[in-house]
Design a protein around this ligand. Structure first.
Ligand code: FPP
Length: 239
């Protein structure tokens, strides 16, 4: 496929696992299990295309309100995913980072997350960020509190966009150029609220477990055909 322009950072709200399972009379967890395969395919394709940043919304703060059994199964899936994918991350230069309130998770999961981050921290071909116990509003409030502390301690003099972003969980990564949301919902759902001020949005009815290479390439092609203005009017060559 010929892309005129690829995003530098793709963010994805992976939605529709539950509906995918329901349509097949399967337990919800089966949707998540099949969703993991989509994660694998999307990570691999991102790397193949040399897109340097990918951020996946895997578990929101609101998701804690789901039935305990489903939450536990999601932890187990994450745990297995990290075990299984670490060799692949090391082989392919993938750096793993978690964004969100990791301390909300059980100790063993926190350990696994930190271990994966530590082992992959020198990798440079793709930064895979996974949002875990993440809330955009909580992130902004956290940043404000840290900034107040820094100002009080005399470590920060002026607050502007450049200094503010250094207090976000995403301080090491650029803002997303493209947001993909699967399963047709037209909401941001508290994801990267500050970072997505100028992000292009692509919504597809495809449910996440069905979102594979072909669907991902379609989203990227759609993006590559858009013109981004950042609020600026393009110069009119006709005079
Ligand atoms: C949304 O579907 C999906 C989630 C809340 C979980 C996404 C998690 C995974 C794909 C697995 C873990 C991820 C990684 C990176 C290892 P939903 O359950 O809200 O679907 P519904 O809206 O149809 O009910």
């Amino acid at each position: 496929m010929n892309f005129e322009r690829l995003p530098r950072h793709v963010a994805i709200i992976m939605d529709g696992n539950g509906r995918w399972a329901k349509m097949r009379n399967l337990p919800r967890i089966e949707g998540h299990i099949n969703g993991i395969e989509s994660v694998r395919v999307v990570v691999e394709t991102t790397r193949e295309l040399n897109i340097p940043y990918l951020t996946l919304y895997a578990f929101s703060k609101e998701n804690w309100r789901r039935p305990e059994k489903e939450v536990k199964s999601l932890f187990e899936l994450l745990d297995t995913y990290l075990d299984r994918e670490l060799p692949n991350m090391l082989e392919n230069g993938i750096r793993f980072i978690a964004i969100g309130d990791i301390e909300d998770f059980p100790e063993n999961i926190q350990k696994k997350i930190r271990h994966t981050m530590e082992k992959t921290k020198e990798n440079t071909s793709l930064t895979l960020s996974v949002a875990l116990s993440y809330s955009g509003r909580t992130e902004i409030i956290h940043a404000v509190k840290e900034i107040i502390k820094a100002v009080k301690d005399g470590k920060l003099e002026s607050i502007d966009e450049e200094s503010f972003r250094m207090y976000l969980y995403t301080k090491e990564i650029p803002d997303p150029d493209l947001l993909i949301r699967t399963s047709g919902e037209k909401r941001l759902s508290n994801f990267l609220l500050y970072q997505m001020a100028y992000t292009e949005i692509y919504i597809t009815d495809t449910l996440w477990p069905d979102f594979r290479k072909k669907e991902y390439l379609e989203a990227l092609l759609d993006y590559s055909r858009r013109e981004r203005r950042f609020g600026i009017v393009k110069e009119d060559s006709s005079g």
